[in-house]
Ligand binder design. Structure first.
Ligand SMILES: [Zn+2]
Ligand SMILES: [Zn+2]
Length: 301
């Protein structure tokens, strides 16, 4: 809730006129409790989990031939019922774990200094904070994920996430409840280190989930804008991790590739890529015949 009753009071406190974005923020949030604004996160996440995976899922279900050249594991085809089951399972996790986690974590949000006031952050400030959040999350997630591939962690917890050996966007948040809770730590570490405005926090949570949905999409589209992000892993990178499954000691990072490179956990993946490239050299018609983009692990079966 903002401490000013009128826009004039807010502008007097700012010492300048509000920008159009600030005027909009003032209009819609001045009387709203901070807890309410924070809880909107739950609604945004619900929208992201429902709508972000939908275009690719519909393409796969409605026009499988058209998108097959970009499918990472073209031999794996899920039915509409399997897509719906995945979404249903994720919604169960959402309402039983993710939503309640959001509801009870408000004191931590308040404590670290995430705020709802004016002035609003500049685009540069938001971009800088989001970059920090992504880097911090990626680093911590790398180590937690790597630990979860230990015998105990995998069998008791992480195995659930790996049930999808050929992942789909809807399966990005599909995991054991304990994993959902544990991975909340790296997600929150960035905002705790560099707290910003609630808008930045909303954006962070949504962008992080959209990134996870992208990396679990099961498709590597050549026109994806994420290809321009330096060291970005993407769908093909994480798909390999799922393809190898429980034995995987490769590609642990959630967003970027540099941790796996630095700690030598991308060797299996790089060997695999080199192997595929060699296979293509030996049989140039190979990729055309398979209709794949050269990343189709299933072809090695
Ligand atoms: Zn894993
Ligand atoms: Zn995954």
């Amino acid at each position: 809730m903002l401490p000013w009753a009128t826009a004039a009071e807010a502008e007097a406190a700012l010492g300048r006129a509000m920008t159009p974005a600030e005027a909009l923020w003032f209009r819609y949030t001045a009387a709203a409790p901070d807890y309410y604004l924070y809880c909107l996160n739950i609604l945004f996440l619900l929208v992201v989990f429902t709508l972000a995976p939908l275009p690719v899922a519909l393409l796969e279900l409605r026009a499988p031939r058209a998108v097959e050249p970009y499918k990472l594991q073209p031999r794996v085809r899920l039915s509409r019922a399997e897509f719906l089951k995945c979404y249903g399972d994720v919604m169960r996790i959402f309402f039983l774990v993710i939503g309640p986690l959001q509801l009870v974590s408000y004191p931590a949000v308040k404590m670290v200094g995430i705020h709802t006031g004016l002035p609003l952050p500049s685009l540069g400030e938001m971009a800088a904070q989001l970059t920090v959040y992504f880097l911090v999350e990626d680093y911590l997630n790398y180590w937690i994920h790597r630990l979860l591939h230990g015998e105990w962690g995998y069998e008791k917890i992480h195995r659930i996430h790996h049930e999808y050996t050929a992942p789909i966007g809807f399966a990005a948040p599909y995991a054991h409840w304990a994993e959902v809770l544990i991975l909340g730590i790296p997600s929150f570490a960035g905002p705790a280190i560099a707290p910003g405005h609630m808008i930045t926090f909303w954006l962070w949570i949504m962008l992080r989930q959209m990134e996870a949905i992208d990396t679990h999409s099961g498709f590597d589209f050549p026109f994806s804008l994420t290809k321009y992000i330096p060291f970005y892993g993407g769908a093909e990178y994480h798909d390999y991790h799922h393809y190898v499954g429980g034995q995987s000691q490769s590609n642990f990072a959630s967003v970027f590739t540099y941790c796996d490179y630095l700690y030598g956990t991308d060797k299996g993946y790089r060997f695999h890529k080199a192997y595929l490239a060699k296979l293509k050299d030996l049989a140039p018609s190979y990729s055309e015949k398979e209709g794949a983009n050269g990343f189709s692990y299933a072809k090695l079966d």
